[in-house]
Design a protein around this ligand. Structure first.
Ligand SMILES: [Zn+2]
Ligand SMILES: [Zn+2]
Ligand SMILES: [Zn+2]
Length: 494
């Protein structure tokens, strides 16, 4: 079976330093939405190229345009540095040359290949606008399209304005010379034409042997992007909203706050806001308990685990400040818990005065309570199981990133631990967390958990705001291991 070319489509980001509420656009969130879409797509099978379908900016004539474009470019560098980039300028982008330069892209013909070497030709148009609104395909571009005929590899046309089906509206969504373009595509043997601009999007459709697709706008809820799968001349499309489906009743059961030493830009308030914006049923603010008891440097080398006095008696505890600031945010939508560990004495890293109030208690193994350096694989595995058992016996609600300590110790998590860990979780009534933060969840393990009736918890483990409430990969995983099952039934609810 031939491989598939996976094309990520992002349209109408409308990035700006102020929102456009009258148009329902979350412009200020533009850069973050862009990064969320890139990360979501990367963790859900990845992509072979990125097509940005115009209106990256809400107003490209403003002074902040360069800075906003640099921000978008920075997200590409971070999340998709090697992906070929196709950019069709839109009517809101201002100078099309400036846009292309800022992103390191160009209009015209691009030849790209899938992982098996099957080639595709992408032809990107930068159509001019009058009054930033009326769009025309110039005669020379129409003529040039005809020279691409009989070129072998399937031809994909890329532009900002939608071409099919016809949109009848007062606003000029479509090219002034749309009919000419459609006819030209048919004659040139264009296989597929992709667009943005029409924020509702248009499903894959076929006219005169040409397939057309319009990607919905990223900037408006439910914040959608699209994947196109090309297999020769065969095309299929998948539209993916970043907002979670309400019926799944998803809680983010593990999000950090400004109190984490490892926090990048998360704050409790912003995490709550994102949980609402991305359609969650609620969010648990869960902070590292040992980080609230001891100083930064004592946490980072895991000394608090082997020297319990550090977290028990540390005079530099920030817990009182945390308790003053965060638990008052509790309500229907917000829970406040702690991420706890097991120390070398076999105790939870939780002082007596903090036993009653946190919920949920998320248990994690970041360091084993014994020195792992000389351990054989089987000694490490045994120590891991013992630590898990004690952690669970102490009454945690969720087991965070269950096997991550193996990867962090540059070891492989043995698959024969899946059953014993799942059985422990079932026996103690503890949920297993799917967590993609610096972590690759073991799919098979979660399947074993479901067989034993263990609840699944979704944890963004957000240390950066863009991670909060981002559960596309988690949902995909659950759908793969439990096809047809009701997600809400499988999930842990705090
Ligand atoms: Zn537009
Ligand atoms: Zn953790
Ligand atoms: Zn965490």
């Amino acid at each position: 079976m031939p491989d598939v070319f996976r094309l990520l489509l992002i349209a109408d980001i409308h990035s700006a330093t102020r929102d456009a509420p009258e148009a329902n656009r979350r412009c200020r969130l533009g850069r973050e939405l862009f990064r969320r879409a890139l990360d979501d797509a990367r963790l859900r099978g990845g992509f072979d190229a990125v097509a940005l379908l115009g209106d990256l900016l809400d107003d490209g004539t403003r002074d902040d345009a360069d800075e906003l474009l640099a921000g978008l470019r920075a997200e590409l560098d971070a999340a998709a540095p090697d992906a070929p980039l196709l950019v069709a300028p839109g009517n809101h982008d201002g100078d099309p040359e400036r846009l292309l330069r800022a992103l390191g892209a160009r209009a015209g013909l691009h030849e790209l290949a899938d992982r098996d070497g099957a080639a595709y030709r992408f032809v990107v148009f930068a159509d001019p606008y009058v009054e930033a609104k009326y769009c025309t395909r110039p005669g020379e571009a129409l003529a040039w399209t005809q020279t691409l005929r009989d070129g072998g590899a399937p031809l994909v046309a890329v532009q900002h304005n939608p071409l099919s089906p016809l949109i009848e509206a007062d606003y000029p969504y479509m090219h002034v010379n749309r009919d000419e373009i459609l006819l030209g595509y048919k004659r040139a043997g264009v296989n597929l034409s992709i667009s943005g601009h029409y924020h509702a999007g248009q499903a894959l459709n076929r006219v005169g042997g040409v397939q057309y697709f319009t990607a919905p706008a990223l900037c408006e809820p439910p914040f959608r992007y699209a994947m196109l799968f090309l297999r020769g001349r065969e095309v299929s499309a998948e539209v993916r909203p970043l907002v979670a489906p309400a019926a799944a009743d998803i809680w983010d059961c593990h999000a950090h706050t400004e109190f984490a030493y490892c926090a990048k830009d998360v704050t409790a308030d912003a995490v709550i806001e994102r949980a609402r914006a991305f359609g969650l049923a609620g969010v648990c603010l869960v902070e590292h308990a040992p980080q609230l008891y001891c100083a930064r440097e004592k946490f980072w080398d895991g000394r608090h685990v082997v020297e319990p006095a550090l977290w028990r008696q540390g005079a530099d505890a920030r817990m009182p400040r945390f308790r003053e600031a965060i638990p008052p945010k509790r309500g229907e939508f917000v829970r406040v818990g702690l991420e706890v560990e097991l120390d070398a004495d076999g105790a939870l890293t939780l002082r007596d005065e903090d036993r009653d109030w946190p919920h949920p208690l998320v248990g994690a193994i970041h360091w084993l309570p014994e020195d792992p350096s000389g351990m054989t694989e089987s000694q490490f595995a045994e120590c891991f199981l013992r630590t898990n058992e004690k952690l669970l016996a102490n009454g945690i609600d969720v087991l965070a990133h269950p096997f991550r300590v193996f990867a962090w110790q540059k070891r492989q998590a043995p698959a024969d631990l899946y059953v014993p860990v799942a059985e422990m979780l079932a026996a103690y009534g503890c949920a297993a967390e799917i967590n993609f933060h610096c972590n690759q969840p073991e799919e098979e393990f979660f399947a074993v958990c479901l067989e034993r009736g263990v609840k699944i918890s979704f944890g963004s483990d957000a240390h950066e705001l863009r991670e909060a409430a981002s559960f596309g990969p988690h949902l995909d995983l659950l759908h793969r291991i439990a096809p047809g099952r009701d997600v809400a039934d499988l999930l842990y609810h705090p």
